[in-house]
Design a protein around this ligand. Structure first.
Ligand code: AMP
Length: 239
């Protein structure tokens, strides 16, 4: 009887250990939101808070992929149109396989289509990661246009600042690495409307696809640090 009891206890212990071993690990976070809603800034702030990388597909493309299509890619971006799913899935997959993503990552700008969303879902499963946390940042259209036409970006680290009010604008250099700040080629009125339209055409579908996951719609009109504190709190309590 005593031996049976010990065997049963041992079995329970082994079961607990094995379920711990197979429990999905990592913190995948996806940021949705129109251009200019602060996804890049929030991704960087959350990356600092949780020690996981911020991955912006737009930034990856702006830095150049090294493939033969780079010129076509830059033209497509300047027109505010989307790059092919095949290329984007390939680029993102290669990035997520890097060791710094083992504990999670924050995605800014991916997925933007059904194919990309499905690719990401199955990729997370293969990596043994839990279902992602989705933050959907919302700002009114007029604010999107105002922010994008007023923003300067560092070509090296991707940090952005607004020309209405930030003292660093006087020097026009990045306070992190000293690089010269500039307007993004696609931050011009005509392209902004195309990007906004493209975002609106896909976001509802993206939200639907990830509906079963931890999904939070968050107003992003407050100062970046307040929004980040709110998101970090949701990460801590929402999982
Ligand atoms: P963003 O920096 O996220 O505003 O992206 C800038 C541009 O890069 C977009 O307008 C697209 O041309 C391209 N891009 C970035 N991410 C993606 C994606 N996931 N799928 C297709 N195109 C993308």
């Amino acid at each position: 009887m005593h031996t049976q009891l010990i065997a049963a206890q041992l079995e329970r212990k082994q079961l607990r250990a094995s379920s711990r071993k197979h429990r999905p690990r990592g913190l995948p976070i996806i940021l949705f939101g129109p251009p200019g809603s602060g996804k890049g800034t929030q991704a960087r702030l959350l990356a600092g808070k949780f020690g996981i990388p911020a991955i912006s597909t737009g930034e990856m493309l702006r830095h150049g992929t090294g493939c033969a299509f780079d010129k076509t890619i830059q033209r497509t971006m300047q027109a505010g149109q989307l790059i092919s799913d095949e290329l984007m899935n390939h680029l993102l997959g290669a990035r997520l396989k890097r060791p710094d993503c083992a504990n999670g990552f924050i995605l800014d700008g991916f997925p933007r289509s059904v194919s990309q969303a499905e690719y990401l879902k199955s990729f997370l499963k293969d990596l043994g990661m839990p279902r992602p946390i989705i933050f959907h940042l919302t700002v009114p259209d007029a604010e999107v246009v105002r922010r994008l036409t007023h923003r300067l970006e560092c070509p090296t680290c991707g940090e952005t600042i607004s020309v209405d009010g930030d003292p660093d604008v006087i020097t026009c250099t990045c306070s992190h690495d000293g690089a010269k700040l500039g307007h993004r080629d696609d931050d011009v009125a005509e392209t902004i409307y195309t990007r906004l339209k493209s975002y609106k055409a896909t976001v509802a579908e993206m939200v639907r696809i990830f509906a079963g996951d931890s999904y939070f719609e968050v107003g992003a009109m407050e100062a970046p640090n307040s929004v980040a504190a709110h998101l970090a709190e949701l990460v801590r309590t929402g999982i």
